[in-house]
Design a protein around this ligand. Structure first.
Ligand code: ATP
Length: 280
């Protein structure tokens, strides 16, 4: 039996501009995303019997075909025309429905892992095409670089030279549905997009672009997000923002010690999920 162990990292959005709604219901976006070293652990075991089995450590994530990792594995077995099956074990460390892209990252890891296990030899571009059908953030995790993502998230350009930062993640345990956020968003037609720096040579230049259009929907419903953003700045963050459709807020820190001290303060007052992570 062939087994592969994979780490599926979370992401944060430094920038999320919603440009417009497309006829297919998706939105055209302009995002800057980076991966961080908070990872789900995934084990893939190829089996001689057909079928995909998923077991997931989180009670709020479905085990079977409802799991995006299941869909990714099924897509690869079908592409290979294989009679094999696969057992997928997922240990969720990334908070679920949190704006951290956990499901998309799991799916991307499964696509890349199955490509290896089945010796399919698909190129990165072919995997991105397959991933795009599973979810808008899947291509970014296959790309594996800090990126400017456009279109629905599948047009990816690398952003080399991003400085290393320490990121404090704070997830207030409120439930935010991504579909609801996009449905509720009021688009401003024909607005000018902010100009982006050509190079991100310092943490200051990273912090200068922090902006997320989805805050206009999520924050009025959950004002605690603003409280956390302000708290992180008061605790020494160079900048803070909600990631994706939320509710996770992140602070950008220059030093691990200051980020950890801030994490301690936040954890003293609440039982929220917090983690100090490093950008990848
Ligand atoms: P994004 O930032 O891409 O919007 P997210 O972090 O907000 O993603 P996910 O954690 O990917 O959201 O989960 C969204 C939904 O997908 C949840 O309702 C969850 O039940 C479902 N789901 C299916 N498979 C998975 C998986 N492997 N991991 C997490 N959620 C999954």
């Amino acid at each position: 039996m062939q087994t592969l162990t994979l780490s599926a990292p979370a992401k944060i959005n430094y920038l999320l501009d919603v440009i417009g709604k497309r006829p297919d219901g998706y939105h055209d976006l302009r995002m800057i995303m980076q991966r961080v070293n908070l990872c789900d652990d995934i084990t893939l075991t190829l089996t001689d019997t057909p079928g995909v089995n998923v077991t997931c450590s989180s009670k709020v994530v479905p085990d079977g075909p409802g799991n995006i990792a299941w869909k990714a594995a099924r897509a690869m077995l079908d592409l290979a025309g294989s009679d094999n099956g696969v057992n997928i074990k997922i240990i969720k460390n990334i908070p679920v429905a949190a704006g951290l892209g956990g499901g998309s990252s799991d799916a991307a890891s499964v696509l890349m892992g199955m490509n290896e296990l089945l010796k399919l030899g698909l190129t990165e571009q072919q995997l991105i095409e397959t991933g795009r059908k599973l979810g808008a953030d899947v291509p970014f995790f296959i790309f594996k670089k800090t990126a400017l993502a456009e279109g629905i998230g599948e047009k990816l350009s690398p952003l080399p030279g991003m400085p290393k930062c320490w990121i404090l993640l704070v997830n207030p345990a409120v439930h935010v549905s991504t579909a609801w956020v996009y449905r509720s968003l009021q688009l401003t037609n024909g607005r000018e997009l902010n100009k982006l720096p050509e190079f991100f040579e310092s943490i200051e230049s990273v912090v200068s672009i922090l902006s997320n259009d989805l805050e206009t929907v999520t924050i009025p419903a959950f004002p605690v997000i603003t409280d956390i953003k302000e708290r992180l700045i008061n605790l020494g963050a160079a900048g803070s923002l909600m990631s994706g459709s939320g509710p996770t807020v992140f602070g950008v820190f220059k030093s691990f010690e200051v980020a950890e001290a801030a994490r301690h303060e936040v954890s003293k007052e609440t039982n929220w999920f917090t983690a100090t992570v490093e950008t990848l």
